[in-house]
Ligand binder design. Structure first.
Ligand SMILES: NC(=O)C1=CN([C@@H]2O[C@H](COP(=O)(O)OP(=O)(O)OC[C@H]3O[C@@H](n4cnc5c(N)ncnc54)[C@H](OP(=O)(O)O)[C@@H]3O)[C@@H](O)[C@H]2O)[C@@H](O)CC1
Ligand SMILES: [K+]
Length: 508
């Protein structure tokens, strides 16, 4: 697990490293420049022409130090310092002095020439307000130029805490960020202008990071170790019984996708509770599943209690529709269910309606004892909370944390999904891609989370790891099929290659 920092947290880590641990700022700056240089040497030929655009803060200092290292490597480097902020940072002054001693040229006006690479070292985590005036003009011109665009730490104009664009932002192809990923580089629209985000270690001591303890975390492949244990002496009863209440007439696919994903993520038994019309297709496509089907509402109410008491995990929602019957299904599950419960898709839409109109249900919902995971996308979240989508989007972590009730976990699905149980840290997901914005992808996620719960994970870990592995499966699928052609049905197959890493890391 690694921390993801807001602007203020990163500034505090900086300050703690320098003031309390005693690492000189100029040392950190040199390591930042070396980290940038490493990216250049790996990816950019040394005969390239580079324009480095700076201001007088430490972000600018990083840019100047990088320029010095690049000159030594043989790159052609022009420096353009905007220089309208009133004070130089100490480290910036030192870097400027060194370059003057080296007789490096500083351009007096914005260049008309062409460059292969443009480096944005105008503002980093010190950006505090709207970008205006000369800064705005320069960023506008840089964005119009044809070149590879590299941002130092944060693209200038991106609020490192929430990903908002403060007026205008440098549009980077690559952002080399120091120490920890910044929240603003991961959330949209900041993520859109950050390009590929490369995180480089520059010597912030662990003590500083632990002391500040940022409020967001993310997973890396090391965290696959949290996958449910598989012991030698076990049987299908050891890995849980998942009941999926999914599908309705003409909506067999949702049940099939979540059922397949639940099996592929390790469930011992998967039982699908659906309408009789779906029996044949489910039986053919997923013969491993136990089917409980109803051909009338009366039959459904007769069968449901036994199915619920059988289950060690319950998932409800994919493809159930929004009829009065589906609404009652959700209510019955909240009334009779005892196991950890995942509510998704139409399950959430029905829940939203019930919460508005039914006081008794509100109580059942708040007091559900088995633990609950809700997996809304922004529209479903808006229905659940009554908040506008734009408002939710303006601060996803806050929206997720404030909606998570006691014993509930919210999986707020977006290009960067947030998982929160209302406490800190919340989780921001860094796997996945736009190829997964396709019908049925959410049904697969529900199945994966149910499978991980069935394997014995607690609700928070199952939700975080489910989202992470779902994204990794999507990344593996996109790598082979391209972003246009990933189907939700592909994801359970690619999931195999991800989960396999826990026991066969050498084969990947
Ligand atoms: N600490 C360290 O030693 C290390 C730091 N590192 C690097 O330093 C970066 C942080 O540096 P930083 O704190 O100096 O802030 P930076 O982003 O350069 O900008 C600050 C200046 O901009 C100004 N300003 C702000 N907003 C503005 C606006 N809208 N329009 C106009 N002006 C505006 C602001 O003015 P003020 O608000 O104070 O009046 C201030 O003068 C960090 O991202 C990393 O790259 C690494 O080298 C590791 C070691
Ligand atoms: K920058």
């Amino acid at each position: 697990m690694r921390y993801v920092a807001s602007r203020e947290e990163m500034q505090n880590i900086d300050a703690y490293s320098i003031n309390n641990v005693g690492i000189p700022g100029i040392v950190l700056m040199e390591k930042a420049a070396l980290a940038l240089e490493e990216v250049f040497l790996e990816r950019i030929p040394t005969d390239s022409r580079v324009l480095i655009v700076t201001e007088k803060g430490n972000n600018g200092g990083d840019g100047l130090a990088l320029g010095r290292l690049l000159l030594e490597e043989g790159y052609t480097v022009d420096f353009y310092e905007i220089g309208v902020i009133p004070h130089d940072s100490d480290s910036h002054q030192i870097q400027k002095h060194i370059l003057e001693q080296m007789e490096a040229d500083f351009l007096m006006k914005f260049p008309d020439e062409e460059y292969d690479v443009i480096v944005d070292a105008i503002f980093g985590v010190g950006l505090k307000r709207e970008v205006a005036g000369r800064h705005r003009e320069v960023i506008e011109r840089l964005n119009q130029m044809e070149a590879l665009k590299v941002a130092v730490d944060v693209p200038s104009g991106v609020d490192a805490s929430a990903g908002q664009i403060l007026g205008i932002a440098f549009e980077a192809d690559i952002t080399v960020t120091f120490g920890l990923p910044k929240v603003g580089l991961l959330l949209y629209p900041g993520a859109d202008v950050s390009g590929e985000v490369i995180v480089k270690e520059i010597g912030f001591p662990n003590k500083a990071v632990e002391e500040i303890a940022p409020q967001m975390v993310s997973f890396t492949t090391d965290d696959l170790e949290y996958l449910p244990e598989r012991k030698a002496w076990t049987n299908k009863g050891s890995y849980g019984k998942v009941l999926l209440i999914a599908g309705s007439k003409n909506m067999a696919g949702a049940a099939l996708l979540s059922g397949t994903a639940a099996y592929k993520s390790g469930s011992g038994l998967v039982r699908i509770f659906s309408c009789e019309e779906n029996r044949v297709i489910l039986q053919e496509k997923l013969p491993e599943a136990i089917l409980t089907t109803y051909d009338s509402e009366e039959k459904a109410w007769e069968l449901l209690p036994e199915s619920l008491s059988w289950a060690s995990v319950i998932g409800i929602g994919p493809g159930i529709g929004q009829s009065a019957f589906a609404r009652k299904l959700v209510k019955q599950v909240l009334t009779l269910g005892k196991a950890p419960l995942v509510i998704d898709a139409d399950g959430l839409n029905n829940l939203a309606a019930l919460l508005q109109e039914d006081t008794e249900l509100r109580q059942l919902f708040h007091e559900y004892e088995g633990g609950m995971i809700l997996t809304p996308h922004l529209k479903e979240m808006s229905r659940l909370t009554g908040e506008e989508i734009a408002e939710i989007r303006s601060n996803l972590p806050k929206a997720a944390a404030s909606t998570a009730d006691k014993g509930h976990v919210i999986v707020l699905k977006d290009a960067r999904t947030i998982v929160s149980d209302g406490s800190v840290p919340s989780y921001i997901n860094m796997s996945g891609n736009n190829g997964m914005a396709t019908g049925g992808s959410g049904d697969v996620l529900t199945g994966i989370i149910c499978g991980f719960l069935a394997g014995g994970l607690d609700i928070l870990t199952a939700a975080r790891l489910g989202v992470y592995c779902h994204g990794l499966a999507g990344d593996a699928a996109a790598k082979e099929k391209g972003y246009y052609s990933v189907l939700a049905g592909d994801l359970p197959n690619y999931l195999e290659t991800i989960l396999k890493r826990k026991h066969f890391p050498e084969e990947i």
